[in-house]
Ligand binder design. Sequence first.
Ligand code: ANZ
Ligand code: ZN
Length: 803
Amino acid sequence: MREYKPNIIEKKWQDFWDEHETFVCENNSEKEKFYALVEFPYPSGQGLHVGHPRPYTALDIVSRMKRMQGYNVLYPMGWDAFGLPTENFAIKNKIHPAVVTKNNVDHFKRQLKSIGFSFDWSREINTTDPNYYKWTQWIFLQLFNKGLAYKKEMPINWCPSCKVGLSNEEVIGGKCERCGHVVVRKVKSQWMLKITEYADRLIEDLDGLDFIDRVVAQQKNWIGRSEGASIFFNLKDIDEKLEVFTTRPDTIFGSTYMVIAPEHPIIDKYSNKIENLEEIKNYREEVSKKSDFERTQFEKNKTGVEVKGIRAINPLTDKEIPVWISDYVMMGYGTGAIMAVPGHDDRDYDFAKKFKLDIIPVIEGSDLSEAANTDTSTGKMINSGFLNGLEVKDAIGKMIDYLEENKIGERKVNYKLRDWVFSRQRYWGEPIPVVHCEKCGYVPLSEEDLPLLLPEVENYEPTDSGESPLAKMTDWVNTTCPKCGSPAKRETDTMPQWAGSSWYFLRYTDPKNDKELASKEALRYWTPVDWYNGGMEHTTLHLLYSRFWHKFLYDIGVVPTKEPYAKRTSHGMILGSNNEKMSKSRGNVINPDDIVNEYGADTLRCYEMFIGDFEKPVPWSENGVKGCRRFMERVWNLQDILTDGEQYSEELVSEIHKTIKKVTSDYPNLKANTAIAQLMSLANEFNDLGKITKEDLRTFLILLNPVAPHITEEMWEICELGGVLNEMAWPKFDESKTIDNEIEIPVQFNGKVRFTIKIHRDASEDEVLKIAESDDLFNRNVESKKVIKRIYIPNKILNIVVK
Ligand code: ANZ
Ligand code: ZN
């Protein structure tokens, strides 16, 4: 008996695949294509984590199976390598970020290779490679030329620790997604991308896609489309209108005061009219220290100040109402002003109670002062003039018509989605290919000048003023205007980490093209991606951004499809064995290298899948790993019971066909765990039987190959099963052979089930009776009584009547 030595076998086959370019795929192929994609990693200094191989293995399994089913499969890998951690490490250790990146990439690549993924390494990409970021810059220029990139003074989310501006998507619960520091506001001039222009299409086009429900829901939620109206409220004795956005124009008659955001420009514009300016300014000062997150917390105690000297007129009741400022109204949403309806809006209600403001109910039976939290979306209108008696939904329509006829408002759609803050004041990112000329303003570089290389700098520390380190490089910064030739300055901000990943899947189709980001033919053949798996944490960041860029590229005729990904799934997290998130500080991190060294890559792959339901978080278990290693050993030992027969073993024909059927459907449904369980049980059956024919072994090894590619290839070779395994066709099953012939039916006595018996499907009534009568339980149930009747419903039930 040969000993199972995974480290030797695995290295051997990995080299074999490299040498034979086994997984290199062609762009010109008659075969049907299948493009499987996993999110390319950020090559951090920590190296791979056992969480990474989970999705990689799942789609590796699908890719390997699809190849054997005759598809031309593209399964690529690359590096999303610009970004802060590398830059921070570089600063701390005085090594150039490009060098840090190279070291990290080498490390990651060695690790990935050791696990035996069937990536087409000939298409490896790296977002920090000038030949790659040339095209990231090129896309930026197209966005700029179409008016979708613009510069704006903006209060942005600022992380004082990373010294960098963050997009809304990068702020989680009021804190920096990267370092956890509380995010503050800072006004800066920023490059912005108009993702909001695509808001409707980003929602509508989700319809035709095979995305898991939670991804669809999260994207819709994030875009946050609200239908309603904008309404103008006149100010008393001032020639000015305050515009509000409301989803409930039906409730205007119940609006007894207005609230504006503390930052609302009307304060400064009419400061001479305001009687309590000092108080207002103090309140503003206080609010500026709070994060948006704190401000929008629902439960929090309401605060605010009345703007004395400014009053508004409710356009429907013509009554004079007070104007307040409060931090629960945000400047960044709608118009930064609301009509408060304390009878039916919870926050307005709390506010009105606290400051003793009028409350007028306008929907029958759902008045908050009677019963908090009643549903205000249905009911009949009251105290509302011409709306009285109408249902809420009809009242909304009627009110909007009225507003439009009388020019005091109009139908309006609002989005939570904001434009994408697209500049970072850091070094390690793509330079933004724009110069600022005193005469011409912002002028894009011409395409021939791309890539605009990142200059070599001595020191890439961010400045405390928030200026990019590039700003100090006067040689690089001072240039001439491409349009008029006057002196001009280069943009010194760089692109955010999400730039390179917004189009990388396109580059894989034609990674060496230096004329286009990818050829039309390559894009036509490979896109859309057939299956993209990635983390839920990227749903409102990368997934949304890349769909936006793709739609833009579709609009300018660069890509042939309006959506980049046909299907999107997501994996659960792998937790530490103590059920907590793996992290250095908790000391529960597992390094995949250790598992590969001790147990082998096939065991790691098998365990990554067998660990549990793919979509759910699961804790790591060393015992689980050992169980998978024992399975590999049992598979290995099958070579010792190999017999000469070329046919399937008679005894197990049905078991084998059932296994083919189950595995074939489980793998592409992300149920490799149950497929593996079935293969384990089949392996046991062979062992119990004490023999396995060549044909049995062929089928078994092919089925297991996507999970455990090394051991299966090795056994294929040792047992001389012919050729190399990965070139074989995927086995087919015979449906009629998957049906069980032995079935179990219940036996009833006077209508009560007493026991069950196993019969052959379609056994005759006599045979069934004989089996039942030979069971001990039969006589025990008859006891001293007499059998009066036997009723048999074929393959269903046997009923005995006794008296
Ligand atoms: C009157 C009203 C009555 C409202 C009612 C709601 C219920 P979504 O669905 O999120 O779009 N609002 C508008 N702009 C705001 C801002 N800048 N800051 C805080 N709140 C704002 O919510 C729209 C509703 O949120 C609007 O409709 C407005 O309150 C409030 F029974 O107007 B509503
Ligand atoms: Zn100029």
